[in-house]
Design a binder for this molecule. Structure first.
Ligand SMILES: [Zn+2]
Length: 106
């Protein structure tokens, strides 16, 4: 087995948040492009969130409404996640308390 060549590890590209510089591969055409700053996006949802956050002053009422709908959906998802997490914590707490009582009673 030769060890002179190590496997090339691909480093995931770091997302740039400050400079406006986008590298879209030749094989890909962005399905959505921001009408205000020409930033490419993979999905309609990402573009809508971008317009709603970055161009909230300039965007139209329809775009604003679409963004608010997505934001509300995500807030609801986050709320359901918090409820599930809280229920899990309480259930494990009571389970351990019950087991503790059972062990001491037995
Ligand atoms: Zn934009």
């Amino acid at each position: 087995m030769s060890t002179d060549r190590l496997p090339v590890q691909s480093v995931p590209p770091v997302e740039q948040l400050t400079d406006i510089e986008y590298d879209v591969p030749e094989s890909e055409t962005p399905s959505h492009v921001c009408p205000y700053c020409d930033r490419p996006f993979r999905s309609d949802r990402y573009a809508t969130v971008h317009i709603g956050t970055v161009h909230s002053e300039a965007c139209s009422e329809t775009e604003q409404a679409a963004y608010e709908e997505i934001r509300d959906d995500e807030e609801f998802e986050l709320f359901t996640f918090h409820v599930k997490a809280a229920v899990t914590v309480f259930l494990s707490y009571f389970m351990f308390t019950f087991l503790y009582a059972l062990v001491w009673a037995g």
